[in-house]
Ligand binder design. Structure first.
Ligand SMILES: *Cc1c(COP(=O)(O)O)cnc(C)c1O
Length: 388
């Protein structure tokens, strides 16, 4: 069905940060399938682990114990300082799980219609509940009636949340991205997150972080919240967790970890042996190859390079990011840059929120490849600003 309008190009294979198209032309991948392939393409250790698991066992059912899933769950909980995990297959599903969890939590507290505070410009997925939570009218248009129970506030505005708290006694949770991805690479600052954490504690709200895009090492820490001295009650992962094998996770801590009882939620595929081995291997490789440190270093290097090349230009509004999640905001719409980048610079990039060039290169990026990204994308933007 016509849910996408794909560019006229397809790729046959990849290696690290490189992709080849059907004509044998080589491209630099500065997008990683939208923050998915953190290890780049065809990482030999991951390929080997997947091949071995594929010839051993793909799927049984969550009716049985799955040791591979339990091992992954323990590792994730240790890395995130969380207590329990529910495994699913996508970011939307992970958020959906957290929304159901928040509703159960609210009902346990005696709220008839529990509310979840959500943000403007957020993105949480395409299922009915997650598109209702999403702060983008384009995602919602045509799908009314939306799921109710969400209260929307401006992002990074604490007093707006305090106002909502004064007029509503039935709030169960706050759901937000620590750095809004689709919304244009907008980070919440430390103060805001700390104050929000405190507000959640005061009111008994669950602090639920959508780290579907920012998690699994993307920002130079395992999870973006670890840049700040806070701990969420619930955190959702997907994208980079499986490096392309579909897997999502909803992690919870303390009281929030005890809410789902048998029969309250489920997934046929979620956390099957194959997906669990994929994600566990991804985490092991990130650790073994020091990819968190690398993402932080290369991210700084990219930001500095872009600030040097583009920082003083009139058409540039802002250059920002954390780790390998980078946004270059222009003063004009620039969606056509995605196609131009392929045609003139042989590089995969993305434009989000209309005016923000978004880069999400693989975490395995090295210095010379970072230099390539800086020169190709700077040239692309310079030409675009000169001609538009
Ligand atoms: C991509 C994304 C989602 C949706 O993930 P899917 O796997 O496409 O369902 C949800 N939240 C955030 C922050 C995302 O970036």
């Amino acid at each position: 069905m016509a849910t996408y309008s794909p560019l006229p190009i397809s790729f046959t294979h990849g290696e690290g940060v490189w992709l080849w198209d059907e004509q044998g032309r080589k491209y630099l991948d500065a997008l990683s399938g939208i923050a998915v392939c953190g290890l780049g393409h065809a990482h030999p250790k991951l390929s080997e682990a997947l091949a071995a698991q594929a010839s051993r066992l793909l799927h049984v059912s969550n009716i049985y114990h799955i040791p591979e899933q339990e091992a992954l769950g323990q590792q994730l909980c240790a890395l995130a300082d969380m207590d329990k995990v529910f495994f699913c297959n996508s970011g939307a599903e992970a958020n959906e799980a957290s929304i159901k969890l928040a509703r159960l939590y609210g009902h346990q507290r005696g709220y008839e219609i529990p509310k979840i505070i959500v943000m403007e410009n957020s993105f949480h997925g395409r299922t009915l509940a997650t598109l209702s939570a999403t702060g983008n009218p384009k995602v919602q248009a045509g799908f009314e009636p939306l799921v109710e129970g969400f209260i929307r506030v401006p992002f990074k505005n604490l007093s707006a949340i305090k106002e909502v708290a004064e007029s509503h006694a039935d709030i169960a949770a706050v759901l937000l991205e620590p750095i809004q991805g689709e919304g244009g690479v907008n980070a919440a600052d430390d103060e805001y997150l700390k104050n929000l954490r405190q507000l959640c504690d005061e009111h008994g709200w669950l602090m639920m972080l959508d780290e579907v895009q920012t998690g699994a090492g993307r920002t130079g820490k395992w999870f973006a919240f670890q840049h700040t001295d806070i701990q969420p009650d619930v955190m959702n992962l997907a994208k980079g967790l499986g490096n392309g094998i579909p897997i999502g996770a909803c992690l919870a801590r303390g009281e929030a970890a005890e809410i789902f009882a048998p029969g309250k939620h489920g997934s046929t595929f979620g956390g099957n042996p194959f997906a669990s081995v994929a994600a566990k291997t991804v985490l092991d490789i990130i650790e073994d190859e020091n990819l968190l440190g690398n993402a932080a270093r290369q991210g700084e290097y990219l930001l500095n390079g872009f600030r040097e090349n583009l920082g003083d230009l009139n058409g540039i509004v802002d250059i920002r990011g954390k780790g390998l999640m980078i946004g270059i905001e222009l003063d004009r719409p620039c969606a056509e840059l995605v196609k131009q980048a392929l045609e003139t610079e042989d590089i995969l990039i993305n434009v989000t929120a209309g005016k923000v060039v978004r880069l999400l290169p693989p975490l395995v990026l090295d210095h010379s490849q970072a230099d390539e990204i800086i020169s190709r994308v700077s040239r692309l933007i310079l030409n675009f600003l000169n001609e538009n």
